[in-house]
Design a protein. Structure first.
Length: 403
């Protein structure tokens, strides 16, 4: 007869996973244009300035500010000696009493220190402009390096690269960068009733692993047989993380924990977490690889995945556990009562909607086996340990599910 679960708190589970000796992911160098969504393995340090030169912020005339020092009293005539457009450079510097026409973004000629906006001038003849106001030093000028200076850390280690980041790297002419390898996750579903069928749980988690930057490997179904489960587990060890679904409770066919214990070099670190649903989740190590056991009831599977697997995927990247989740605050549309598992964290699936008063979270009711509950929901609200009631209209933190 199996022993009752010895539950650990969620924070204890995280601590035990962090101390289990899971290896960090290695890095690889990839083309910048293929790096969208990847996680930086190093700080990106600029080797150039943006802008490279002093440039004009407006269409106008590059001038010497000193030439306009008395223009408010006595209008000044300046001679236009050339034109400069973005990407071009002046053939000569500017001299006393001269001006260069400059288009927005064009580099200033040597000797100029200000820009006179086009609308503040009056043309006189073919090659002169009249200035009737003093122009301050540096007016309408964007200094070289004002956006990015040489030596600046423009993107920090651990950042997930967005399309804006890729554009910045292209601007800096950085053609390749060092990123973390994508975590490979083996998924094994267990149960005689699933043989020769598609596992909807595995399909769902595979998409979510991809969403979070991983590579899922669906190993299919293992029968409710300890040898079959163990053999599949050994096959799964080619991945960075092994994820199993089902067979981890206390029934006669719940053989997952026994299968881990029967394999070579096993360590079952905890089995049972103070979270509901998902309380029979567990974690172990097999031949140096982490294994997360998730329950087979869909809501339990999702809660276990969200609060154990996602933090683990961040941990092996060397990132904070809390960076695994996208959270928002919302007003609770209905009160929530918790009559069982009081010492546990309690998860409630919700539908978050935008209203004129802000975000509102509507609880979605349903047994932990109901799939339609999770299809209606887009988030999870967590009641903390020993909380038995949350009032209607209370502001709650919602863990948003991948969309």
């Amino acid at each position: 007869m199996r022993q009752p679960f010895s539950y650990v708190s969620v924070s204890e589970a995280w601590d035990k996973m962090a101390k289990a000796g899971v290896e960090l992911l290695e890095s690889e160098r990839v083309s910048t244009h293929e790096a969208l969504g990847r996680i930086l393995a190093e700080n990106v340090v600029s080797q150039t300035r943006i802008p490279r030169d002093d440039i004009t912020h407006y269409d106008g005339y590059a001038i010497r500010s000193l030439d306009t020092s008395n223009a408010g009293v006595n209008p000044v005539l300046l001679k236009v000696v050339g034109k400069i457009y973005p990407g071009e450079r002046a053939r000569s510097g500017i001299q006393e009493g001269e001006a260069f026409y400059v288009a927005t973004g064009a580099p200033l000629p040597d000797g100029s220190d200000a820009v006179l906006a086009l609308e503040m001038t009056r043309p006189v003849g073919n090659d002169r402009i009249e200035v009737r106001a003093e122009v301050r030093l540096g007016e309408h000028v964007i200094r070289a390096g004002a956006d990015v200076e040489i030596g600046d850390i423009v993107l920090p280690k651990g950042k997930t690269l967005s399309s804006q980041d890729i554009a910045l790297l292209a601007l800096l002419k950085i053609e390749s960068i060092e990123v973390l390898k994508k975590p490979v996750v083996s998924i094994l579903s267990i149960g005689d009733e699933l043989v020769d069928k598609m596992s909807p749980h595995s399909f769902l988690l595979s998409r979510w692993i991809e969403f979070h930057g991983g590579v899922p490997i669906d190993l299919g179904i293992a029968r409710d047989n300890i040898n079959d489960i163990r053999n599949k587990l050994l096959e799964a060890l080619k991945a960075d993380v092994v994820l199993t679904i089902g067979a981890c409770s206390m029934g006669e066919k719940d053989l997952m924990a026994d299968a881990i214990k029967s394999a070579a070099e096993p360590r079952l670190i905890f089995h049972g977490v103070k979270i509901k649903p998902g309380r029979v989740s567990g974690f172990g190590m097999l031949s140096g690889k982490p294994i997360v056991m998730l329950p087979g009831l869909i809501q339990s599977t999702i809660v276990g995945f969200h609060f154990l697997v996602l933090p683990l995927l961040q941990s092996i990247r060397g990132l904070p556990l809390s960076s695994a989740w996208n959270t928002v605050t919302a007003k609770l549309a209905e009160s929530l009562d918790f009559r069982k598992f009081t010492p546990f964290k309690k998860a409630t699936f919700v539908k978050v909607e935008q209203t004129s008063d802000g975000l509102v979270a509507h609880p979605i009711r349903g047994d932990s086996s109901f799939f339609t509950t999770v299809t209606k929901a887009n988030g999870i609200v967590m009641a903390q340990e020993n909380v038995t009631h949350i009032e209607k209209d209370e502001i709650v933190v919602v863990h948003m599910l991948p969309n």
